[in-house]
Write a protein that binds this ligand. Structure first.
Ligand code: HSE
Length: 414
């Protein structure tokens, strides 16, 4: 009988046996006893869904190729999805919740696009839609935002939210390797997205800051409205200037409340060693949250990879098992949060220009104001400047008057 089954077992189905899905199976198997104690029930993997066959592997006996087997099985309590992409994940998530099954996912595309709708459906059905692994890999950040930082108004979030790009930037900075060499290594280690543009163009970080901002500010932040710039234009020369200035380069996802306005963006930033995110290296992620009561809180850990991500997914499974008949409230309304144009946000800019620093200093002071000039002994025919704090709009206006700009990178002042 169903009530008797509840006492001894929670049945789950894992959708996708790739990097994360196989990690979930490994974690549920390796730590089954401690997980059962924490969940209050044994977690039984009844099905694994994948299009491929895995002859000789232990999951072979639970492998199915058809989602209908899972959705039509009333014994399945929790569906775990690690496929990525919005389809068929959205169809599967909706169907699962509608049939009274909780849904735990690492899929940031799904959460960023359909989060409010699926949360609402879960609430209606008294089930749960959980997505701890969608941001920050193994780092607990969704649950803290939902359940711990509830006394605060969140004022600002700054995160290194993409493990692949942080791995690439760290290797470029410390080992002088080229972009392509390091990307290949990140792919081999299982960090990178199937389409590497999602990582290196900043799209992945964009979805993640949209998810965090929606939870922090309580209204839906549309990722498609977030200004997003990736790391493809960053070169080893930029790191050389950075080194001379005592700065390194990190890809940040940021959002900020200023009065009644909200800004969000993804872009590479030059940061100094005073910044708590300076030492977040390799595949690690760091997320700095500023609350109006608590001040700064930082979350740090493995941002990608099989087992760290699986750890966060399984933590959701434990939570879903503990709340098998109760919806865990999440403050993420479908009402849209209007983002202000980042052109009004202020910061310093590092600019590389062609020519001779001495010859151009006066001209550039007239254009940008009180600049700091940097030259490198081994880089000829160009130099760098750091501008005073100015709005993005003012910078654009000034930059249009300066000839020979090679590149510009935003500078994060602490
Ligand atoms: N490609 C992602 C990253 C995976 O590198 O952070 C984790 O979301």
């Amino acid at each position: 009988m169903r009530t008797e089954k509840r006492i001894s077992m929670i049945n789950v189905a894992v959708l996708g046996y790739g990097t994360v899905g196989s990690g979930v199976v490994e974690v549920l198997t390796t730590n089954s006893d401690s997980i059962a104690k924490r969940a209050g029930d044994t977690i039984n993997i009844k099905y694994v869904l994948d299009l491929r066959d895995f002859p000789g592997e232990p999951i072979e006996k639970v492998l199915v190729h058809d989602f209908d087997t899972i959705i039509n099985d009333d014994e399945i309590d929790i569906v775990i999805e690690a496929m990525g992409g919005t389809e068929p994940a959205y169809t599967f998530a909706k169907a699962s919740l509608e049939r009274g099954k909780s849904y735990c996912t690492s899929n940031k595309e799904l959460v960023a696009k359909y989060g409010p709708e699926l949360l609402e459906l879960a609430k209606e059905k008294g089930k749960n839609f959980l997505f701890e692994a969608s941001v920050g890999g193994g780092i607990p950040i969704i649950r803290p935002l939902n359940q711990s930082l509830t006394a605060d108004e969140i004022m600002e979030i700054t995160g290194i939210l993409n493990g692949t790009t942080n791995f690439i930037l760290t290797k470029m900075s410390k080992e002088g390797l080229t972009f392509d060499e390091v990307l290949k290594e990140a792919q081999e280690l299982g960090y990178a997205e199937r389409n590497p543009a999602a990582d290196v163009e900043g799209y992945d970080a964009c979805r993640k800051i949209a998810i965090l901002s929606s939870l922090a500010y309580g209204k839906h932040v549309d990722y498609e409205e977030i200004y997003t710039e990736g790391i493809t234009k960053i070169t080893d020369t930029d790191f050389k200037y950075g080194e001379k200035l005592g700065l390194t380069i990190k890809l940040f996802g940021k959002s900020k409340r200023v009065g009644d306005k909200f800004y969000a963006m993804v872009a590479p930033f030059m940061i100094s060693s005073d910044n708590p995110l300076y030492s977040v290296n390799d595949v690690l992620n760091g997320i700095l949250v500023k609350g109006n009561v608590i001040g700064d809180v930082m979350f740090y850990g493995a941002g990608a990879g099989k087992l760290p991500t699986a750890s966060a997914v399984v933590a959701d499974v434990v939570d879903a098992a503990k709340h098998i008949k109760t919806n865990i409230m999440t403050l993420w309304s479908s009402k849209k949060l209007n983002l202000d144009d980042i052109k009004n946000s202020e910061k310093r800019f590092f600019v590389r220009l062609k020519g001779d620093a001495k010859e151009r200093e006066t001209e550039l002071k007239e254009i940008f104001g009180d600049i700091k000039v940097i030259t490198l002994d081994d880089v000829k025919g160009e130099f760098g400047v750091i501008t005073p704090v100015m709005s993005e709009a003012k910078y654009e206006e000034a930059a249009s008057k300066a000839s020979g700009i090679i590149t510009r990178i935003r500078v994060e002042s602490v």
